[in-house]
Design a protein around this ligand. Structure first.
Ligand code: F6P
Length: 329
């Protein structure tokens, strides 16, 4: 199909913008690509807002075309930048953001972000009636109402590659490795990594534990010939990872090291799952806005895609999947 130019004389195009807010994830670029391709195909004029709500306030808003998104599908991060905006919490800056959108005649927003970003958006809607659809995007997978947030699969695969590599050295050198994953207060990344990496220990905020409970078993395993341990710990647990390593040395009797995976978990080439979900999230978000849905978040659950209210996704803390949690010993 030959794609048409986005600027068409005399054609009443609807202006729509996309922005990324909060921690970036792999999957944002595929989402941005589909946003531009799809809205142009629908006869709309897509816009980029750079650097999240900060860009809304500072008028970093530009029209976008097919050529702007060529080749970005394979890249992690986000071409249009992301930010956590303190200023957007203030009504005066939100008014400034609205004035900028008016200048570009933008009526609708697609926002990739977490629940904090959606809360701001809700206020913005209440005050200025800017229609929006939120797309849950955070590696933490901690947004209520959705089983899946964009970027989680890529993060899990990056963690998998890292843990598999650490296993190589741990097993060669007879050490315990404490591997710390991100996730803020949510243990999802650590739990899924534990279940899919064959690690010996998993510590997450949602599962009360006492290190003492593992001592006899781990010492017995050492006696029986175990040469190394992998412990996956979530950044939100009560101890520092160094304390867990110290515990391995002092109580279990094995040399240990800490590996904090850090921000590598937020980058990398987006997986097929994240590319496909980005495509679907964006397509459905744009369709919803065109169909007159004014204020929603598109969620992905076992039952499929569902639109939820901001209230629903922001009013509760997401609980970890009970089944996954039940596998934890
Ligand atoms: O919310 C995503 C996340 O990567 C968390 O897992 C982590 O705690 C935090 O962001 C790190 O934030 P920053 O990039 O500001 O250090």
């Amino acid at each position: 199909m030959v794609k048409s130019n986005n600027f068409r004389d005399g054609y009443n195009m609807k202006n729509i913008a996309i922005l990324c807010s909060g921690g970036d994830v792999s999957g944002m670029n595929p989402a941005i690509k589909q946003f531009v391709d799809y809205t142009l195909d629908k006869g709309m004029q897509p816009y980029f807002v750079y650097d999240g709500y900060e860009g809304l306030i500072d008028d970093k808003i530009t029209p976008a075309n097919y050529s702007d998104v060529a080749g970005i599908m394979t890249r992690g991060g986000t071409k249009i930048g992301s930010a956590r905006s303190i200023r957007f919490k203030e009504a005066s800056y939100r008014a400034q953001a609205k004035a900028n959108l008016d200048k570009h005649e933008i009526e609708m927003l697609v926002v990739l972000g977490g629940d904090g970003s959606f809360r701001g958006l809700h206020k913005f809607y209440e005050e200025h009636k800017i229609k929006f659809c939120g797309i849950p995007s955070t590696i933490d997978n901690d947004i209520n109402g959705t089983d899946y947030c964009l970027g989680v699969d890529t993060a899990l695969n990056i963690i998998k590659t890292s843990v598999d590599a650490i296993r190589d050295t741990a097993s060669s050198f007879s050490r315990a490795f404490v591997i710390e994953t991100m996730g803020r207060d949510c243990g999802y990344l650590a739990l899924v990594t534990h279940l899919t990496s064959g690690s010996e220990l998993c510590l997450i905020p949602e599962h009360p534990y006492s290190l003492k409970d593992y001592e006899d078993e781990f010492k017995k395993q050492m006696k029986n010939g175990r040469r190394y341990f992998l412990a996956i710990v979530s950044e939100g647990i009560k101890e520092d990872s160094n304390e867990i390593a110290k515990w391995f040395e002092e109580r279990i009797g094995i040399e240990s090291r800490v590996s904090v995976l850090g921000h590598i978990q937020r980058g990398g080439n987006p997986t097929v799952k994240d590319r496909l979900l980005a495509y679907q999230f964006v397509t459905k978000a744009v369709d919803a806005l065109l169909d007159g849905k004014e204020e929603s978040v598109i969620c992905y659950e076992k039952s499929g895609f569902n639109f939820k209210s901001i209230e629903e996704v922001t009013s509760k803390i997401k609980e970890l999947d009970n089944e996954l949690l039940s596998y934890l010993r």
